[in-house]
Write a new protein. Structure first.
Length: 224
């Protein structure tokens, strides 16, 4: 088991075979949207104190926010389903920056990673202060869509729509943008539904904006 992978491989969980799975093969095992009761798209979510809530489309986010109590039972069911899927911690709960993969502590029976050793000291002073940030620090994209290896939290790109895609290494970013039609299905295999046309890089200022929003724990309609 690689250090980035928290649970068993997603491919094994859903019975994918040799990279030939289609998006429809995944939908039957994906958690359900609390608003429409349809399979979620992991690119569509809203951050909450207890972690992201995932939806099938952007329109469901506003409906959920307007009356979250109405969907509490279905959100709980979604969280139970999510607990069965692999996930990777990609951001530090203290700084919001990518974890370094080597700085960690045991917290409530699980390994928590950080950006640097200084973050560990801050976290230990008041773990409750970072509870929400920790709950929102994971992604369910565990595999690189280009090479198929485990993702590296420090290797990612932000798309024009705000979606974040992780890779195993920086070299895979160019391959994704050069051949989006080839790799969009690889993302769909993990429940991240996107069309090739949507796979285009954000402008530098847009990427910075999405990065800052992520670090400060704001809601994201298209974020992993």
């Amino acid at each position: 088991m690689k250090r980035w992978t928290i649970t068993a491989a997603f491919a094994s969980a859903v019975g994918l075979v040799a990279g030939n799975a289609k998006a429809e093969d995944v939908t039957s095992v994906l958690p359900k949207c609390p608003v429409m009761d349809e399979p979620v798209n992991f690119f569509v979510s809203a951050e909450t104190e207890d972690g992201p809530v995932y939806f099938c489309c952007k329109g469901c986010i506003d409906k959920y926010k307007a009356n979250p109590d109405k969907y509490a039972v279905k959100v709980a069911a979604q969280r139970e389903a999510l607990a069965e899927l692999p996930k990777v911690q990609v951001t530090c709960p203290v700084t919001g920056k990518p974890v370094d993969g080597k700085t960690s502590i045991e917290h409530n029976g699980e390994k928590v990673y950080f950006f640097c050793p200084k973050c560990v000291a801050k976290f230990k002073e008041d773990p409750g202060k970072y509870k929400t940030a920790l709950a929102n620090s994971y992604t369910y994209q565990t595999k690189c869509p280009v090479m198929g290896g485990d993702i590296n939290p420090q290797s990612f790109t932000t798309l024009a729509g705000g979606q974040r895609i992780y890779f195993c290494c920086p070299a895979c970013e160019k391959k994704l943008f050069d051949h989006p039609a080839k790799y969009a299905p690889k993302l769909a295999e993990q429940g991240f539904m996107i069309t090739p046309e949507q796979i285009k890089p954000a402008k530098e200022e847009e990427a910075d904006m999405h990065h800052d929003a992520h670090e400060h724990g704001h809601d994201h309609g298209n974020h992993p």
